[in-house]
Design a protein around this ligand. Structure first.
Ligand code: URA
Length: 216
């Protein structure tokens, strides 16, 4: 059976609300950052449903022994923020997954060629094969950065089917490329927008996510 990229847009008032705040050009930088943190939190919450391995066990309450289901501590969880803008999604994601390991990946886009170049790579040489990986990249535009990130992670031993990408705004060119190269991948995003302008910005989008989150 052939796989097809799965893209989920959670139908949730908090996701819609914080997306609306982030899109508004009049939102100041501090509130924009808050909006992306909140989107990181709620999209991560949705993304780990049916995904994070649990362990059935028993616990002793003050009154009796009873069954309990806990997150399986044997399965490593890796969260990979793509710098810079992915850092803004990290706070919310890390709150939900405090035991995850964070691996930073710095990718800058050449504004003329739109090609990404890697200026920081803190990925391990190899991941253990059962590692669950979440990549944080708010803007899936041309697909250049996310494809580079996927290549770097999968060549270190992770099955794309065990990975989740969390974005805020996704555009068709990036989704098409991901579908071609990584059909077993699953994406969670707050919205899918129409397309890109001639500079590779998503329209209507929310502008430059890194600049707006960090006020630079
Ligand atoms: N990166 C951004 O920050 N915004 C876009 O619209 C596209 C790429």
């Amino acid at each position: 059976m052939s796989m097809q990229l799965r893209v989920y847009v959670p139908d949730h008032p908090l996701v819609k609300h914080w997306l609306g705040v982030a899109r508004d050009v009049n939102t100041p930088s501090v509130l924009f950052k808050t909006a992306i943190v909140e989107l990181g939190r709620w999209l991560t919450y949705e993304a780990i449903r049916h995904w994070l391995p649990t362990l059935d066990t028993t616990v002793q309450t003050p009154l009796a022994e009873c069954p309990a289901t806990l997150i399986n501590p044997q399965i490593p969880i890796a969260v990979i923020p793509i710098l810079r803008a992915g850092l803004a999604l990290l706070d919310g994601a890390q709150t939900l997954l405090p035991l995850s390991s964070i691996y930073h990946l710095g990718l800058a886009r050449n504004e003329e060629t739109l090609q990404p170049s890697c200026y920081l790579n803190r990925l391990p040489e190899q991941f253990t094969p059962e590692t669950r990986v979440i990549i944080l990249e708010p803007m899936l535009a041309t697909g250049g950065s996310i494809l580079t990130a996927m290549d770097e992670v999968t060549k270190r031993g992770v099955d794309p089917a065990l990975m989740r990408v969390i974005s805020v705004v996704a555009a068709p060119p990036a989704l098409q490329k991901l579908g071609q190269h990584y059909p077993s991948l699953t994406i969670y995003t707050a919205i899918i927008d129409e397309g890109l302008n001639h500079k590779g910005y998503i329209v209507p989008g929310l502008g430059d996510a890194g600049d707006r989150a960090f006020g630079t």
